[in-house]
Design a protein around this ligand. Structure first.
Ligand SMILES: Cc1cc2nc3c(=O)[nH]c(=O)nc-3n(C[C@H](O)[C@H](O)[C@H](O)COP(=O)(O)OP(=O)(O)OC[C@H]3O[C@@H](n4cnc5c(N)ncnc54)[C@H](O)[C@@H]3O)c2cc1C
Length: 422
């Protein structure tokens, strides 16, 4: 693989871009791997990369049923932040943000991470108290946070809806300046390229459709490209986690698969420098502007469980209403596209990186709305779990047993309703 460098860019400018090679090889599956990761989204690819890089492990494959990055990896609104409060989540997401800050260099691939600030609006005096609590925890645990008064907010983002008679008047905002957005498909390609460079086989169009077990171990996986044996197996299939889990005869996971839609408008001149989040009562809305000028936004999950990667019209209306109530100036813009992904909603809104009832099976799932920002740390800690066969201290409570013991990690305090864990 050629390293990207100023010299290579210059040289290829002179030779009609003919000097570039394929970024990663499409491998044919071998009969046997030491480690198989199922799912070629961000989490699967990042895991394979860190297994090879941090632990110098070889003979690893990533099996992807479609094309890499074709799932939620390439469908999300790309918001990255680490404004978490609870033990475990806090350290995990801050570690992820730190990995993001160096990711383009680490992968030698421009993931276009733009630290443009994440601005969470608040709409009542009690919300100011909540935001202040989160702000203090963030500052005291080594992250960055600011509280913006209404005056500051008006100066920074003048075109929000500040009218006094709006349904939810704006009082101010909790801001994380190191937060921002990145180019999602570049992250998938960057991890794939870097993992492949370290010897990982990336096998696309390879669907796992059966799990063969013996004596509490996975012996092999039936796939659309034949039977493949694996010493250790990691599931990182996001919205399809329950399906794989049932293939392994493990019963039900505390996860529901829901559709989440995203939207982009026609491109316009620069309007919004930050990521803005509006979340109050039942309303949930987040918006940023892409480098091409389109406004990218989303809201809540659709109101029923599904594996279909297309959304319903009531949510289009709901999200459009939120958009207009926060940014009335965009009411005449045309929507260019909207699409949907299948998100793996857990019952307390937190993820699972854990061992499973099978000795050589490891689970990475339960990312809800928020797995894009998590992907570097998710790969990092999942690789650590698989390589060492024990959870790191930071993620030790992010397991399936937490529901048996009553130690849910409920960041929002929303209870077992996936819709409320936005
Ligand atoms: C519309 C939308 C907006 C979002 N916005 C944000 C955001 O702003 N910020 C944020 O942090 N997060 C966001 N998310 C969440 C984030 O995208 C996901 O949590 C994250 O991408 C999930 O991890 P992944 O990338 O590995 O999943 P995926 O990309 O879904 O990867 C799983 C892969 O497994 C493959 N697979 C499934 N079954 C099999 C099988 N049987 N055999 C082989 N392969 C299989 C799938 O084809 C898929 O490619 C959003 C999600 C959506 C849908």
């Amino acid at each position: 693989m050629k390293q990207f460098s100023t010299w290579q860019v210059l040289k290829n400018g002179f030779i009609n871009q003919k000097g570039w090679k394929r970024q990663w090889e499409d491998a044919a599956p071998k009969k046997n791997y030491d480690i198989i990761i199922v799912g070629g989204g961000l989490h699967g690819l990042a895991t394979a990369y860190y297994l090879a890089k941090n632990f110098k492990l070889k003979n690893i494959a990533v099996l992807e049923k479609n094309w890499i990055g074709g799932g939620n990896a390439g469908r999300n609104t790309t918001i990255i932040r680490s404004n978490y409060m609870l033990k475990g989540n806090r350290e995990f997401y801050e570690h992820s943000l730190k990995l993001w800050e160096n990711l383009s260099h680490e992968l030698n691939y421009n993931v276009m991470f733009s630290q443009r600030s994440h601005v969470s609006l608040y709409h009542s005096p009690s919300a100011i108290d909540n935001a202040s609590r989160r702000y203090n925890i963030m500052l005291n645990t080594g992250s960055d946070a600011e509280l913006w008064s209404l005056k500051t907010l008006k100066k920074k983002i003048p075109h929000l809806n500040y009218s006094d008679d709006s349904r939810f008047p704006i009082y101010g905002a909790l801001v994380q300046k190191r937060a921002g957005t990145a180019r999602h498909d570049a992250v998938a390609w960057g991890y794939a390229r870097a993992a492949n460079n370290l010897g990982v086989d990336i096998i696309q169009n390879c669907e796992v459709n059966g799990v063969i077990t013996k004596n509490n171990n996975i012996v092999s996986l039936n796939t659309s490209k034949g039977n493949i044996q694996g010493g250790k197996v990691g599931f990182a299939v996001a919205g399809h986690s329950s399906i794989l889990w049932q293939m392994a005869n493990l019963g039900n996971l505390p996860i529901e698969s829901h559709k989440l839609q995203a939207f982009v408008t026609e491109p316009i001149k620069p309007l919004l420098d930050q990521v803005v989040v509006f979340s109050v009562g039942g309303a949930h809305f987040y918006i940023s502007q892409s480098d091409k000028g389109g406004l990218v936004f989303g809201g809540d999950i659709d109101w029923y469980k599904s594996y279909a990667q297309k959304g319903n019209l009531p949510i289009v209306q709901d999200v459009a209403e939120c958009a207009i109530s926060v940014l009335p100036c965009i009411s005449r813009l045309k929507l260019l596209r909207h699409w949907s992904g299948v998100v793996d909603m857990s019952m307390d809104g937190s993820f699972f990186i854990c061992k499973t009832p099978l000795n050589n099976l490891y689970l990475n799932a339960g990312w809800n709305y928020g797995g894009f920002k998590a992907s570097p740390a998710s790969g990092w800690y999942f690789a650590d779990l698989i390589a060492n066969d024990r959870p790191n201290r930071v993620i030790q409570n992010h397991n399936l047993k937490r529901f048996e013991k009553g130690y849910q990690i409920d960041e929002r305090g929303a209870g077992p309703d996936p819709k409320l864990h936005g």
